[in-house]
Design a protein around this ligand. Structure first.
Ligand SMILES: Cc1cc2nc3c(=O)[nH]c(=O)nc-3n(C[C@H](O)[C@H](O)[C@H](O)COP(=O)(O)OP(=O)(O)OC[C@H]3O[C@@H](n4cnc5c(N)ncnc54)[C@H](O)[C@@H]3O)c2cc1C
Length: 597
């Protein structure tokens, strides 16, 4: 099934909601003019549609394979990655001094959405490399930056994130991989990591593993975790490839979805390479501050996984619409001479509108987050930088948690629109459903995102960011009322009232009724996702109606206003229902003893 990059919505969201013009005016983005943005989006759409998307189904039926420690990726992936690397895509958002193009994260988010929509399995490799680049730029030494980052940017090397171990998943304080200091200042690593995405593959000549491990005298828990760089092949000072390191891919997993993405078990220090026993590694930043640095990488990756949710939802929506136009079944409820295309049945429209509204709302929230991040990184005024950074950080768990959860609903609805054919693999829509299932799990499950949203992002600052969002939602509701968009305005006002009540409840009870608060943490995350989506769809309706008033007759704008109304009338009620779960629902969640289950 063909994929078409939704450039019209992407461009609308960038301009009208995510503040592209403000981003373009920031120091450092002089080269990111509108012509460049358009050209990049067009070229990216071409790569996604013509080179990467056709390999999506191939990857599902011919996944990566493992033999003797080597991984062979799906036929065509290597060539597609070459095209990706040669096009300079990996460097899009990274600094020019290391070979990147230094373009806004907002633009990168749009490009990544298209790449993920085209092929989730393929796009994971660049996603992790982006995270590795960010971590090295944040915490790496000058020497590490100049030796590794240019290779990661030009695609000759790729990056991984090595956190998970059999006994350490959500809880990284349990990491046991050992890093032993060597007289020359380097380390030797011993241990096993599991579930490492693209931990081994044949698309690049080297792999840069960023690994969480403990030094021998490290304190217990998260305070004793350090970050190490472990190259698959140890480079010399000029970046020439030297001996094979002692890190070995013991196997790859057989999975429900994203089958082409190799999910590897990596063994460090088994004596299998050319460097003796122990994988040669280098500390990144200071010892025992690894988790802090990894958070930089995780924030980038969590945001990117949220964008994966938007992407797979868009892909599934497109496929469902195409099928609904094509499939003829049943006469119209109001009567018709013959059976009609199913897109004419009210319930099919309900499904398509739900998919469309969820996807557009989540896209808007994600891009607004990316725009905020650009301002946080580049604005000349420190107070603005701090405020935008706090806003971005509040959004990250919501973007990650909500967009990925909603992608399960959207991909499931896409199967439903297809009827029995949805359950049949040849249609390809079942693959989106299976592929999406990992998104709320990796990079921190939805519960872990929700814990972050409650404690670090809401309670720790006394609700400051949440209250400023609520005030902005109220302001948008007022503007909508003035513009005559009554149902959207009423929906937003109700959301703002509920948001206030929920945040007060969290702040009042976080200390003395902590279990109650966390019984409602995922419902709070979902509430925030709907509330932020409703807010952005309200802003979208305002911008669209302004353009219509200015004489723009593009049907896209009228459709945007209808979609915003649908959001307010059909999805906002879901948000409002969550309030009772959060504020009054804890008792029954927690009442049963463990034995009673
Ligand atoms: C395909 C795939 C690719 C992956 N890629 C990578 C990678 O590249 N690098 C990497 O390091 N890891 C990777 N992972 C690992 C992934 O990040 C973990 O699986 C994930 O963080 C969950 O950890 P876990 O599997 O140990 O589950 P657990 O931590 O055992 O969680 C099980 C359940 O308990 C819940 N739970 C746990 N703790 C809490 C809590 N404090 N509060 C509430 N609920 C809780 C979880 O939400 C979940 O529902 C990958 C996994 C998969 C399947």
């Amino acid at each position: 099934m063909h994929y078409t990059a939704p450039l019209k919505d992407i461009r609308f969201v960038m301009d009208a909601l995510a503040g592209l013009a403000e981003v373009q005016a920031l120091p450092g983005f002089e080269d990111a003019g509108s012509e460049t943005v358009d050209a990049v989006l067009e070229e990216n759409a071409r790569l996604a549609q013509e080179v990467v998307a056709p390999l999506n189904r191939t990857g599902d039926v011919q996944p990566s394979t493992w033999a003797d420690g080597e991984v062979t990726t799906t036929p065509g992936f290597k060539q597609a990655f070459e095209a990706y690397a040669q096009g300079g895509w990996q460097g899009l958002q990274h600094p020019p001094e290391y070979g990147g193009q230094g373009l806004p994260k907002l633009l990168a988010a749009a490009c990544n959405e298209n790449l993920h929509a085209a092929n989730l399995s393929f796009a994971l490799c660049p996603l992790l490399t982006d995270g590795a680049i960010e971590a090295l730029l944040t915490a790496g030494s000058d020497e590490q930056k100049s030796l590794y980052v240019p290779h990661l940017i030009d695609g000759s090397w790729t990056g991984t994130m090595n956190l998970t171990e059999p006994q350490a998943g959500s809880d990284l304080s349990l990491v046991r991989t050992r890093a032993e200091p060597q007289p020359d200042g380097s380390y030797r690593l011993f241990g096993q990591k599991i579930f490492i995405t693209y931990g081994e593959h044949d698309m690049a000549e080297n792999i840069v593993h960023l690994v969480l491990a403990r030094t021998p005298d490290a304190p217990a828990g998260v305070k004793g975790i350090s970050l190490f760089l472990v190259p698959k092949v140890v480079p010399d000072a000029q970046g020439g490839l030297g001996p094979r390191n002692d890190v070995y891919c013991a196997s790859i997993e057989h999975k429900l979805g994203i089958k082409a993405s190799p999910t590897t078990v990596l063994v460090f220090g088994d004596g299998k390479g050319d460097v003796g026993t122990g994988a040669v590694g280098y500390a990144v930043g200071e010892i025992n501050r690894g988790l802090e640095y990894m958070f930089v990488m995780m924030n980038a990756a969590r945001f990117a996984v949220g964008v994966e949710g938007v992407a797979i939802a868009e892909r599934a929506y497109q496929q469902a619409v195409a099928y609904a136009r094509d499939r003829t079944q049943s006469r119209a409820v109001e009567g018709s001479a013959a059976a009609i295309p199913i897109i004419g049945h009210p319930d099919v429209r309900r499904m398509l509108m739900t998919m469309r509204a969820l996807t557009e709302g989540a896209r808007a929230v994600a891009y607004v987050g990316a725009g905020a991040r650009d301002i946080a990184d580049h604005h000349p005024d420190a107070a603005v930088r701090t405020e935008r950074q706090a806003f971005f950080e509040y959004l990250v768990p919501v973007i990650k948690g909500f967009s990925t959860e909603m992608s399960l609903e959207v991909t499931s609805l896409a199967v439903q629109v297809h009827g029995g054919m949805g359950f049949i693999e040849e249609t390809g829509v079942a693959q989106h459903y299976r592929d999406a299932r990992i998104l709320p799990i990796y990079e921190g499950t939805t519960a872990i995102q929700a814990n972050d949203l409650v404690s670090r992002k809401t309670v720790r600052d006394g609700g400051t960011v949440a209250h400023s969002i609520i005030a902005q939602i109220r302001a948008t509701a007022d503007e909508l009322r003035e513009a005559g968009l009554a149902s959207v305005a009423e929906g937003l006002s109700a959301v703002a009232d509920a948001y206030e009540a929920i945040v007060s409840y969290l702040l009042d009870n976080a200390r003395d009724a902590v279990r109650d608060v966390f019984a409602g943490s995922v419902p709070y995350l979902m509430f925030a996702g709907y509330a932020l989506g409703a807010w952005q769809m309200g802003r979208a309706a305002l911008a669209a109606s302004q353009r219509v008033a200015d004489g723009d007759t593009d049907g896209f704008l009228a459709a945007k206003i209808v979609t915003a109304r649908f959001y307010a009338e059909h999805l906002v009620p879901r948000a409002l229902a969550l309030r009772a779960q959060i504020v009054e629902g804890a008792e029954s969640v927690l009442a049963l003893s463990d034995d009673a289950f």
